[in-house]
Write a protein that binds this ligand. Structure first.
Ligand SMILES: C[S@@+](CC[C@H](N)C(=O)[O-])C[C@H]1O[C@@H](n2cnc3c(N)ncnc32)[C@H](O)[C@@H]1O
Length: 361
């Protein structure tokens, strides 16, 4: 479709801005031109109410409902022309194009539409999302909302995601739901096969590719995995390693859960990062999800130590998110016992984990 530059004329008595509005459109005139032609602010607001707000209020499923309502309300509340026209110009810009970062599909012209996307560094998630086929019985899995948020913020549709600690495949299942491609690596063969079957049985509305590889992510030939898909790099890495030996994940000696010390665990983790990093596209993001541990009456800041290993591999830390940890049924039954232990032992019971966000710069 041919694009043309349209000069939107603003009536002279209203043109208090320094420049007329210049827009690139697909030849169609803006929906908001009539608002620009109103003779005064009262007429503008009356027309806005009858011709825009009222019809929209009957279309609750309109994809831009939130964005439009927010802007219309701002116009209604504006007490001067400059404010009205600044908002109308914003609506016109949003009408003719999108403004987005190269690493996601969020249209910044309509940023009000994304109220479900978290932007604070404290994530309080009340309940696990159970809307998909996720295997919530896999011990040590994370809630689907974690990869879901990361995929929406840091990937575009059809991008590729690498998860070198696949487990029950939560990341790849969210990839399917959101139209992203993914590769997961899992060292436990039985778990990997089960996960591959689960993924294969999950709806794939956007026909993306989601592949499970069996192997040790410290040494796995990532290049071969990418060659199999005909790609050169991935656009997001999601790393959710064991929190050292807190949860058992089989008896393979290369499973990070079986490291003989916390330093050994960190060394192995760094090897995984080192092995995968060359295949993450420059300027793209990696997320590390991990918690601290308690050992021999001492709080071990495993999460921050692992975060530093990523920095050592050249990553820039962009955010540290604290996420609440909901009690599992087993722990819930023991709440009182843990309260007693904490009071007796002079420590606090773990109720949070970390999501560290990095950029490969
Ligand atoms: C915390 S779990 C990940 C859970 C996953 N995010 C989910 O939602 O199911 C860590 C996983 O990493 C696997 N793992 C540990 N060491 C590994 C290694 N060297 N290479 C590949 N996978 C490994 C474990 O077997 C376990 O399944």
């Amino acid at each position: 479709m041919s694009k043309s530059r349209v000069l939107v004329a603003v009536p002279s008595h209203l043109n208090k801005t320094t420049h007329p509005v210049i827009m690139t459109t697909e030849t169609k005139p803006s929906t908001y031109l009539d608002l620009m032609e109103c003779v005064d602010i009262t007429q503008l607001k009356t027309r806005l109410l009858s011709e825009y707000i009222l019809p929209l209020s009957k279309q609750l499923n309109h994809p831009d409902f939130q964005f439009l309502m927010t802007n219309y309300t701002q116009i209604l509340e504006a007490d001067n022309w400059e404010r009205c026209f600044a908002i109308i110009k914003k609506l016109m810009r949003a009408e003719v194009g999108t403004k987005s970062k190269p690493y996601n599909d969020i249209d910044l012209n309509k940023w009000q539409n994304y109220s479900d996307i978290l932007t604070d560094s404290l994530w309080m998630v009340e309940k696990r999302d159970r809307s998909s086929t996720h295997n919530s019985d896999y011990w040590g899995n994370f809630i689907p909302q974690i990869p879901n948020q990361l995929l929406q913020r840091f990937t575009q549709k059809e991008d590729w995601v690498l998860d070198p600690f696949l487990g029950s495949g939560t990341t790849l299942l969210e990839c399917r739901a959101l139209g992203r491609n993914g590769i997961g690596i899992e060292i436990q063969e039985e778990a990997a096969v089960e996960t591959a079957e689960l993924i294969a049985d999950t709806p794939n509305p956007e026909q993306v590719n989601t592949y499970v590889e069996i192997g040790d992510s410290q040494t796995f030939p990532i290049q071969t995995a990418l060659d199999r898909q005909g790609i050169k790099s991935v656009q997001l890495m999601v790393l959710h390693p064991p929190y050292w030996n807190v949860v058992p994940f089989g008896d393979n000696e290369n499973n990070l859960a079986n490291a003989f010390s916390s330093t050994h665990f960190l060394d192995q983790f760094e090897l995984v990062v080192h092995n995968c990093t060359p295949y993450l596209e420059d300027n793209r993001y990696a997320a590390l999800i991990i918690g601290d541990i308690y050992m021999d009456s001492e709080w071990v800041p495993l999460a921050f130590q692992a975060m530093q290993r990523m920095q050592r591999q050249g990553y820039t830390l962009k955010s540290t998110v604290i996420k609440n940890v909901n009690e599992t049924k087993g722990k819930r039954d023991q709440t009182e016992l843990w309260r007693y232990r904490a009071l007796n032992g002079g420590f606090y019971v773990f109720k949070h984990e970390y999501i560290f966000l990095f950029q490969k710069t």
